[in-house]
Design a protein around this ligand. Structure first.
Ligand code: URA
Length: 245
């Protein structure tokens, strides 16, 4: 096993958003940071940054936040935006307040539209994020869509053709799989993440998506017990599932 990264205690806690280095030093001096049952005295002590830290360290009596690298799955509710800058309620507002101050910062892995619900991944692990969204990784995304009009019958072949061109683009879409649930409800599996892709695909065949929900990213399904707005820390097994559709 490779050695865990080491970090100075004050830097570790400052990067987790507990305060400035100076504020963290004061917390340590006050005996509020406890590791393996012992109050730490030295804010400059070097700590092994392991994923089991929340089970071993408390800050002010509460388990310390999970250290980086941290990857979450969230059930994105309708009406919430994925961008840091867009107006309105943001995905990040649904996470613990302190997490907004983390360094490295958390960001979503790709985006869902404001009016799309379902599985969204959030990470501070840049290389992992790029591995998931890289076209080379072919991580599939599965959506459940309700349509304004009944299917006409030719849509599955058009989407599977690999030659569908979206308005304003110069490269055809990769083949996508359409599964008919009922004449106005479908599951669509795509392996790209173009802007408003699913809505634009149905617009291209003369239909309109009325509701859109992402059920899975790669082999990772949205857990049925994860309520809209709730999140869960992803395990290494969950991350592997993303790449093992
Ligand atoms: N396609 C869309 O049109 N919207 C999303 O949010 C995701 C995929």
């Amino acid at each position: 096993m490779s050695k865990p990264p080491m970090a100075r205690l004050d830097r570790l806690l400052a990067n987790l958003g507990y305060g400035s280095r100076r504020e963290v030093q004061a917390m340590v001096a006050a005996g509020r940071v406890v590791l393996d049952g012992v109050a730490l005295k030295d804010a400059g002590a070097r700590i092994a940054v392991t994923s089991d830290l929340p089970a071993r360290m408390t800050v002010g009596g509460q388990p310390v936040d999970p250290p980086a690298p941290l990857t979450l799955m969230m059930h994105k509710p309708l009406g919430v935006v994925c961008s840091h800058t867009e107006a309105g309620q943001r995905i990040y507002d649904l996470l613990p307040r302190r997490w907004r101050l983390r360094d490295p910062a958390l960001s979503t892995v790709g985006r869902l539209d404001k009016e799309t619900s379902g599985l969204i991944l959030i990470t501070d692990d840049g290389p992992l994020l790029h591995r998931i969204i890289s076209p080379r990784a072919h991580v599939e995304k599965r959506y459940l869509a309700h349509l304004d009009r009944p299917l006409s019958g030719g849509e599955a072949a058009v989407f599977a053709s690999g030659s569908l061109m979206l308005d304003g683009e110069d490269k055809p879409l990769l083949p996508a799989r359409l599964e008919v649930v009922d004449p106005r409800t479908v599951r669509l599996t795509i392996s790209e993440g173009r802007y408003h892709q699913v809505r634009r695909m149905f617009a291209a065949v003369g239909n309109h998506v009325t509701t859109l929900h992402r059920e899975a990213v790669g082999g990772l399904e949205l857990p049925p017990d994860l309520e809209p707005g709730a999140h869960r820390v992803m395990t290494p097994g969950d991350i592997q599932r993303v790449f093992g559709a």
